[in-house]
Design a protein around this ligand. Structure first.
Ligand code: ADP
Length: 174
């Protein structure tokens, strides 16, 4: 099941939250900074041992002081006009995170809106890719019981709500 919610991802009690990281995995602004502040310095210490992560891939750590058991770090693509494989890379972020979550036995996962902040990915496109990818992964992996998209502002939530509505309509028609 996919739920679109408003809130702060650092406060969500799920098996794994996803961090919209950068390729260094050494912290940054936006949701990345908030997750590191809330998890405490042990998170950065574990991240240092991972030696970075490529765009579209994912790596997992413990959640330390967060209510979530794990953090899955994924560097999203920077939007460069759309002709540099940005949509495929964003899809790969969601898939890589869900795959890691399933391998670790996670049943509940929460995502932020990857790439739509500092990385400037247009929300309409990003929300369609996110919703479609999550729904299709969960169909073939029933062990993932619930995925939450945690929107930090109402504008973002509006886009994810309509992306989910569109997917639901498509599924009824086919
Ligand atoms: P990126 O570099 O991938 O664009 P950002 O962190 O700049 O990542 O933004 C991604 C999204 O995360 C934006 O919608 C931003 O508003 C949101 N965000 C920022 N802080 C939080 C938080 N604490 N919980 C959930 N989402 C957050």
């Amino acid at each position: 099941m996919l739920k679109i919610v408003s809130g702060d991802i650092t406060k969500i009690s799920v098996d794994a939250i996803v961090n919209a990281a950068n390729t260094s995995l050494l912290g940054g602004g936006g949701v990345d900074g908030a997750i590191h502040r809330a998890a405490g310095p042990e998170l950065l210490a574990e991240c240092r041992m991972l030696h970075g992560c490529k765009t579209g891939q994912a790596k997992i750590t413990k959640g330390y002081r967060l209510p979530a058991k794990y953090v899955i770090h994924t560097p999203g693509p920077v939007w460069n006009g759309g002709s540099r494989g940005e949509e495929e890379l964003l899809k790969s972020c969601y898939e890589s995170c869900l795959k890691l979550a399933a391998e670790r036995g996670c049943r509940t996962v929460a995502f932020p809106s990857i790439s739509t902040g500092i990385y400037r990915f247009p929300l309409e496109k990003a929300s369609a890719v996110a919703v479609r990818t999550i729904l299709s992964f969960c169909q073939s992996h029933p062990e993932i019981e619930e995925v939450q998209m945690v929107c930090f502002d109402e504008r973002t939530k509006g886009f994810y709500d309509s992306a989910l509505q569109k997917e639901n309509i498509l599924h009824i028609e086919f």
